[in-house]
Design a protein around this ligand. Sequence first.
Ligand SMILES: NC(=O)C1=CN([C@@H]2O[C@H](COP(=O)(O)OP(=O)(O)OC[C@H]3O[C@@H](n4cnc5c(N)ncnc54)[C@H](O)[C@@H]3O)[C@@H](O)[C@H]2O)[C@H](O)CC1
Ligand SMILES: [K+]
Length: 482
Amino acid sequence: MRTAYTADQIRAAEHTLMATLPPGTLMQRAAAGLAAACAALLGKVYGSRVVLLVGSGDNGGDALWAGERLARRGARVAAVLAGAKTHEAGLAAFLRAGGRVAERDALGTADLVVDGLVGIGASGALREPYAGLAEEANAGRAPVVAVDVPSGVDASTGRVEGAAVRARLTVTMGALKTGLLVDPGAARTGRVELVDIGLGPHLPGPDVAALTDGDVAGLLPRPGNESDKYRRGVLGVLAGSDLYTGAAVLAVGGALRAGAGMVRYAGPAEPVAQVRAAWPEAVITPLDRPSIEDVGRVQAWVLGPGLGTGDWAHELAAQVLGTHLPVLVDADGLSVVAGDRSLLRRSAPTLITPHAGELARLIRAGREDIEAARLEHARAAAAELGVTVLLKGSTTVVAEESRPVRVNPTGTSWLATGGTGDVLSGVAGALLAQGLGPYDAGSCAAYLHGLAGRLAADGAPLAAADVATAVPAAVRALTART
Ligand SMILES: NC(=O)C1=CN([C@@H]2O[C@H](COP(=O)(O)OP(=O)(O)OC[C@H]3O[C@@H](n4cnc5c(N)ncnc54)[C@H](O)[C@@H]3O)[C@@H](O)[C@H]2O)[C@H](O)CC1
Ligand SMILES: [K+]
């Protein structure tokens, strides 16, 4: 599990640790790790032209001390002093080692650029001359190594306002920052290397976490030799309407391909015909009235994709959410509960899977506000509604009260196409039926969905049904890698 922390959490931990060490120790550890990472990227250090962009704080200090090490190994290192003031000890050591101060035109002939403008001490959009330097570095041919955080990315939220460095590599000190895992910040880090400066024991509970292949492989139910379908999880799917049949087909497909022992689909005539044709293994209960009493035993429900928002949907929502079973509410089901939030007041596990617009209606917030602060809104909604929230988007996040927000690392823009959300609901529902709690079911479903999306796309636009089909391949790829 990769965990990440906000700037405040890191600063508090650094403060505690620094109190136990001689002054400057942390910066030396940081600079040593940074210099080693730069040397590895350069390959040949001797004679290489390295340009440091040096800000006025300790981020710049890291860059100068790393530059000192590279200069001592024969690199030709130039420092562009961008701040109103400069880290004195670092600059003195840097010059003693043969480094030199240069103007920004040195960027034109650099073999490597080190972005030491701002790190966790940044606030707001990059101001000049930092903004211009960031853009010049991005435009140059030399790879950029970001110190701690790519300048211009908010370390705690991943937000980018205005100019920001686009790094080939981010060398982050002590612990991952949340902003390195969440879009748009996550798209600017390049590869991320963590330098251990001894913060570990001083860090609090993480702000966010990101599952790895190994975590998901460990969490997925092992399809042992259970012949009993109930042991492998039976999922009920209430989706689709005579108007919208596709969502039901996609949700059932996602569930079947995610290993549910059985999927019971219940709905009106049209979607019944479509589901039966697409997935003969689904067990069908045609409904001529909104009642789940004839559906048979299930261990979890998916409610919502393509269901419509009329009386039929309201009645089914009330019945399903009135059970003691885990329920996933998506799409039209979310519209229904947005109109009557008391339906979510239940003791059994509830997983909601909104995109920003659906969450906005649920918690009466602005869609733009949610998009700009996804983690915070997902966390707040989980606490306010007492449910687990899977907030879909460029970076899908899963929030549950008093647990780190899980940030999905496998997201891919290929999935931004109609119907993939229905598949995701089916996958997550199948995991709920197989006994995973909503936090793990949502996180693992998002992870598999992203992997399946990459496999299904394989560089070309995908159709949602392909994602459902690719889920078993995603599970195989995952287990083969771990
Ligand atoms: N604290 C430690 O023990 C260690 C810190 N490490 C490194 O230090 C930075 C954090 O350093 P800090 O001095 O707190 O702040 P920064 O250098 O990140 O930047 C603050 C600096 O930049 C100016 N500034 C802030 N916002 C902007 C902006 N939007 N535009 C322009 N300029 C801005 C501000 O005026 C300050 O002067 C941390 O990231 C690590 O790199 C060590 O790595 C470990 C030990
Ligand atoms: K930086």
